[in-house]
Design a binder for this molecule. Structure first.
Ligand code: PLP
Length: 386
């Protein structure tokens, strides 16, 4: 790159890398015939009723800007949906965004001053660290335990010593599939009550919790003023490309998030908002169907990995499994490179999810059972060839 152009780039942007997930996904194209289990994109079509609702919205010319916060009908339905999870936000406390991604970036932009400390678990969804770094914030990591639950001793020390401005929680987790237990939710609440800290809870996969009861820090009325909830429909209705998410916050924070959102995108796509609305009103059975399929796939991949000798946790939500590869004496990047080159299977190195992800790989089971079976057979043969 010529010097003028090189010097023009923001230092904060220059210093971050494109997502390791995408990097591996892009590599698959270089190996004809290779199969990818890299993306967090369900293989189901968007429910038929959502398609019809969006076609109708176009025919009715609902193609103009909506309110900045999004259509009231959808915000009301989100409020009802969250109520079923014991999370209470009024429609006025909800802003519809361009996917969960915009909700995250708007939230961080509204709150972070350069140098502000943000506490992020590792391993975690890579966007948290990158967004914070772009904004000049300082990332502090806390390591999760072997089973990917919270290490409260470490968390307590960091909160006391570093006094971060913000903590990010991410359950059900991408990449580990861990969910928040009732006990950990209570412990978190007790701990966070004692600190002046803003909590960003990314619950993108709330609809894909495989346990009967759902726990979230946003369920505690006492700290609701300092909790910001992120959600969305990309995974829920298998509509990743339609780009509808949301952020919920106390009005005093929401007013600031709204400024960022307004100058950033004005509003989320109108037609897709009507699609998400239809989804919440009439497509919850489709969500249950998809969740059942994910559980079947999870069980298959988990059992197969165990039989191949992998040390792995049973995921309790989302559609990822994060087995350890420590017995292979390879770094996760090398493991994935070799698996791709030699067996034609693409998965994501754990290092893409931060330092705490090293020694693991992420397999997405948002792919068809046929693909999963083929990949597991290839993995089996590859391991046996050592
Ligand atoms: N949060 C988590 C944990 C995710 O895994 C993702 C996407 O994979 C997002 C947020 C972003 O969601 P969206 O695709 O709706 O922008």
């Amino acid at each position: 790159m010529n010097t003028l152009l090189k010097n023009s780039i923001s230092e904060n942007v220059k210093n971050i890398e494109i997502s390791g997930i995408r990097k591996f996904y892009n590599k698959v194209a270089l190996y004809p015939g290779a199969i990818s289990l890299t993306l967090g994109q369900p293989d189901f079509n968007v429910p038929e009723k959502i398609k019809i609702a969006m076609i109708k919205a176009i025919e009715q010319n609902k193609t103009t800007y909506t309110q900045n916060a999004g259509i009231l009908e959808l915000r009301r339905e989100i409020s009802n949906y969250l109520e079923n999870l014991n999370i209470f936000y009024d429609p006025e406390e909800i802003c519809i965004t361009v996917g969960g991604s915009e909700a995250l970036m708007d939230t961080f932009t509204a709150l972070i001053n350069p140098g502000d400390k943000v506490l992020i678990p590792t391993p975690a969804y890579p966007a948290y660290e990158s967004c914070v770094s772009i904004l000049g914030g300082t990332v502090i990591n806390h390591n999760l335990k072997e089973d990917f639950s919270i290490n409260f001793d470490e968390l307590k020390k960091i909160l006391e010593n570093e006094k971060p401005k913000m903590i990010v929680l991410s359950y059900p987790s991408n990449p580990t599939g861990a969910v928040l237990s009732e006990e950990d939710n209570k412990k978190l609440f007790n701990l966070l009550c004692k600190h002046d800290i803003i909590v960003v809870s990314d619950e993108m996969y709330a609809c894909l919790c495989f346990k009967e009861n759902y726990y979230s820090i946003a369920q505690y009325e006492k700290i609701r003023n300092k909790v910001i909830l992120i959600g969305g429909f990309s995974k829920m209705f298998s509509m990743t490309g339609l780009r509808v998410g949301y952020v919920c916050a106390h009005p005093s924070i929401m007013d600031e998030i709204m400024k960022v959102h307004q100058y950033n995108v004005s509003c989320a796509p109108s037609v897709a908002q009507w699609g998400a609305y239809e989804g919440l009103v009439n497509c919850m059975e489709d969500v249950i169907y998809m969740k059942d399929q994910f559980i079947k796939r999870r069980d298959y991949v988990y059992t197969k990995l165990k039989s191949l000798g992998f040390d792995t946790n049973l995921p309790e939500g989302a559609f990822y499994i994060f087995p350890s590869i420590k017995t292979f004496s390879m770094r996760s990047e090398e493991f994935c490179e070799k698996l791709l080159k030699e067996a034609g299977v693409a998965i994501v190195p754990g290092s893409a999810f931060g330092s705490g992800g090293e020694g693991h790989v992420r397999i997405s089971y948002a792919y068809s059972m046929n693909k999963l079976k083929l990949c597991m057979e290839k993995l089996d043969n590859w391991i046996n060839s050592f």
